[in-house]
Write a protein that binds this ligand. Structure first.
Ligand code: ADP
Ligand code: MG
Length: 389
């Protein structure tokens, strides 16, 4: 966990001034994987692992940024954010500044960042970074913006500056997350619904495989293309559809034979995953743990065999977890090819769950996993008041 007073002290040492403090959370996706770019549904929750931004305004148009976690510092001009020499991690920040600057006039700033969200662990450290810095930069400018516009600006930054054509889930979770709630997002209308977790009565556990295979970005673009191809082909039987979101499970069953095998499997994942996500939101709300768990199991199986974005380590982690007492469901979470799994575990089994899963995973892979309980937390906010001054 980040020691906030130490972060503030580090800021003052580096920049010689006193900062304000802002943060945004990472997120874990309960269910609804690879549905966002198909206009579908996702069900993430913001987690109590946050990215913190200490910030003070400057009187020029320069943004100096340093990150404790990547142990690096650099700077950019608000008016020339596309400097080629900019370190990759700072592009997320420059991108957000550039996108917001098109709406309001920003001020230069000194920034120091630290984070509890593991980088590349499938918990969306990138969106936490974008949304936290976006919130902080807006505050420095003394301006406000609709939260939805902030989330969209963060997404646009990732598209245009980092080159990752991500869906809206991560930035929405980092913005609209609420303590003790999951967030059902309709990725077409951008309508959200807060789903209370109070009936769940079980712990949500993240198991980070601590592997990240370098397949993600090429596979991601391929999957997007395969889904689009599926829509084109299905449109011959279902003329009204715009995206896989518009195809019901029943209609898919009628027409799937029109599709070549690979495209059929990709589409089957998305169509059934949308259906599972809506049912899971209801199950979560009703505290139907067995049903939620069974939907999560189906989701993993579908991602493994139809969408083909899992990997040996994720499958192993899910397989080990599923054999433990008191586990309602387990699945890979995030884009895939590594990263984390999410598990719903009865509280009285947590200790033995953690020990056994860590031990068996380590035994089979020689890799130490990180396993921790997460709780649903609030979206982006100012934290200055929580400091001991
Ligand atoms: P994730 O699933 O964690 O979002 P991404 O590959 O989308 O993985 O984003 C991770 C990248 O975001 C890092 O490689 C780094 O460039 C940037 N990043 C995230 N958090 C921080 C941080 N606290 N400090 C600096 N860079 C960060
Ligand atoms: Mg990311």
């Amino acid at each position: 966990m980040v020691d906030l007073n130490r972060l503030i002290a580090g800021f003052s040492e580096r920049y010689g001034s006193k900062p304000r403090l802002f943060s945004a959370p990472g997120r874990v996706n309960i269910i609804g994987e690879h549905t966002d770019y198909n206009d579908g549904f996702v069900l993430p929750m913001a987690i109590d692992r946050r990215t913190f931004v200490a910030i003070a305004p400057r009187n020029d148009r320069i943004v100096r940024v340093a990150s404790v976690i990547v142990n690096d510092a650099t700077e950019f001009k608000i008016d020339q954010p596309r400097e080629l020499s900019l370190h990759t991690w700072a592009k997320y920040i420059a991108g957000v500044a550039w996108t917001l600057e098109s709406r309001i006039t920003l001020r230069g700033a000194d920034i120091l960042i630290d984070s509890e969200v593991p980088i590349g662990g499938g918990l969306s450290s990138s969106a936490a970074l974008e949304v936290a810095t976006g919130t902080a930069l807006m505050a420095m400018a003394g301006a406000t913006i609709e939260p939805e516009q902030l989330a969209l600006a963060a997404q646009k930054a990732e598209h245009d500056f980092v080159g990752a054509k991500v869906g809206i889930m991560d930035q929405f979770a980092a913005t609209f997350g609420r303590k003790d709630h999951a967030l059902l997002i309709d990725c077409r209308s951008l309508k959200t619904k807060q789903i209370p977790l109070r009936n769940l009565n079980a712990a949500i556990v993240v198991c980070n495989t601590n592997v990240k295979h370098q397949l993600m970005s090429s596979a991601y673009n391929q999957r997007r293309a395969e889904c689009e191809q599926g829509v084109e082909l299905l449109r011959q039987c279902l003329p009204g559809i715009r995206a896989l979101r518009d195809v019901s499970v029943a209609d898919f069953g009628k027409y799937e034979n029109e599709l070549p095998d690979l495209v059929r499997r990709r589409c089957r994942h998305v169509v059934t995953e949308n259906d599972r996500t809506l049912r899971a939101a209801q199950a979560l709300q009703d505290g139907e743990r067995e049903l939620l768990g069974s939907l999560m199991r189906q989701s993993h199986e579908s991602l493994r065999s139809d969408y083909e974005v899992s990997c040996r380590e994720l499958d192993l982690m899910v397989e080990i977890a599923s054999r433990q007492e008191g586990v309602f469901g387990a699945r890979m979470t995030g884009g895939g090819f590594g990263g984390s799994t999410i598990n719903i575990v009865r509280a009285d089994e947590l200790n033995s769950f953690t020990q056994t899963v860590a031990g068996e995973y380590r035994g089979a892979t020689k890799i130490n996993p990180d396993i921790y309980v997460v709780e649903a937390d609030d979206g982006a906010r100012e934290d200055s008041d929580n400091l001991i001054s």
